[in-house]
Design a protein around this ligand. Structure first.
Ligand SMILES: Cc1cc2nc3c(=O)[nH]c(=O)nc-3n(C[C@H](O)[C@H](O)[C@H](O)COP(=O)(O)OP(=O)(O)OC[C@H]3O[C@@H](n4cnc5c(N)ncnc54)[C@H](O)[C@@H]3O)c2cc1C
Length: 348
């Protein structure tokens, strides 16, 4: 039996991998404050940031994500992933020049789509410098996946609603005991609460807390996700999720007036017309300092595992990480050095 700590996106994807391999497992989930997956917008975007950088290992991660989410859609009977138009508004002429240069690069082929002049897409946008489409983007319904998976896990007796206290884990000669049960492996998928973990607490993390809002807009907007610094993602009910902010301190805190104002100010520079905030939520992105995910096993006890560091790109990277970890756990396949937790332990 395997024990998974945490049922955010990482723990969910791992549980479903173990389940499909026919391996027994139990997930312990404490429903703790500010989980990232409870608020994540699930946007998958191949070209991000001011430098229009192509997402690391885009092709590999995207293909794996597509295949995996299609499988879990069949298993769980819910819609999880859909390709979505993503419209990025140019900031200025300089960004346009950068876009032209990148559009001509082989590496970006199929990712940078058509451009539009100012107001070509209607009066709803403040697109003084025009806009362009990012192709192959998509949206994962993160909370739908977690909810549907939890129902299945509960039905099959593989879910325990309980906070795992690390000191309660008994390390035996050949396995572990917890809450009267024996486990061969314990795998930590704790998100930003990794800092409470005595085995992996030294991994250099840089988690960031962020606010996401649900808003209703007064003017109709072009379809799809709209992005310039802040983003707006259509919801299934015709509203938008909008976000987000980054705060690197007081991770346990709820977002505050500063977060609310920051999002409102930036949205005001993207769209014409008014909008009303319907809801506000806060979560923490579990990012590492080196911005790479972290999976693998504790050097002094290879039955203690970890999947973490999904940062702001969990929806894209999660499926590949869960599969890669599972083949290491069950088949002893090597973990790629760039994502292996050993990179932090091998340092002098
Ligand atoms: C505002 C915001 C917007 C985001 N938007 C996107 C986006 O558009 N696209 C995208 O890909 N990503 C996005 N993310 C990032 C995404 O949320 C993360 O990549 C991903 O959800 C991390 O999943 P996780 O399972 O590693 O961590 P978490 O989601 O934090 O899950 C950890 C889980 O472990 C549980 N847990 C922790 N410790 C214990 C314990 N001791 N005992 C029991 N349970 C425990 C917690 O309760 C929690 O449920 C966003 C994040 C935020 C905050």
């Amino acid at each position: 039996m395997n024990l998974i700590i945490g049922q955010g996106l990482a723990g969910t994807l791992l549980a479903l991998e173990l389940r499909s391999a026919g391996v027994p497992y139990l997930v312990a989930e404490g429903n703790l404050w500010n989980s990232g997956s409870a608020v994540a917008a699930g946007i998958i975007n191949p070209v991000t940031g001011k430098r229009l950088a192509k997402t690391w290992r885009w092709e590999t991660f995207k293909q794996c994500a597509l295949d995996t989410y299609r499988s879990w859609e069949k298993l769980l009977g819910v819609e999880l992933f859909r390709e979505t138009r993503l419209l990025r508004l140019f900031r200025d002429e300089e960004e346009k020049t950068l876009w032209r240069r990148k559009k001509g690069m082989l590496e970006y082929s199929g990712l940078l789509g058509p451009s539009y002049s100012s107001e070509e897409l209607g009066p709803g946008l403040k697109d003084d410098f025009g806009s362009f489409e990012i192709m192959q983007a998509g949206v994962l319904e993160v909370q739908t996946l977690i909810k549907a998976a939890r129902l299945l896990l509960r039905k099959e007796g593989s879910f325990a609603q309980r906070k795992f206290i690390h000191e309660e884990l008994v390390i035996n000669d050949n396995d572990f005991s917890w809450q009267g049960k024996r486990f061969q492996n314990v795998i930590f998928c704790e998100g930003f609460r990794l800092n409470e973990n005595p085995w992996f607490e030294n991994i250099p993390m840089e988690p960031s807390r962020g606010e996401i809002q649900k808003i209703c807009v007064s003017k109709s907007l072009p379809k799809g996700i709209i992005n310039r610094g802040k983003w707006m993602r259509p919801t299934s009910e015709g509203d938008y999720y909008a976000g987000s902010t980054h705060r690197w301190d007081q991770l346990e805190m709820r977002s505050d007036e500063g977060d609310r104002k920051e999002i409102s100010r930036e949205l005001g520079s993207i769209i014409n017309g008014s909008f009303e905030i319907i809801d506000r939520k806060t979560g923490v992105r579990p990012a590492t300092k080196d911005r790479r995910p972290v999976i693998g096993f504790y050097p002094n006890n290879s039955h203690l595992g970890i999947i973490n560091g999904l940062g702001a790109k969990g929806s894209l990277m999660g499926p590949w990480l869960a599969k890669h970890f599972t083949s290491a756990l069950l088949k002893g396949k090597p973990i790629e050095p760039e994502v292996n937790v050993r990179r932090y332990f091998n340092k002098p």
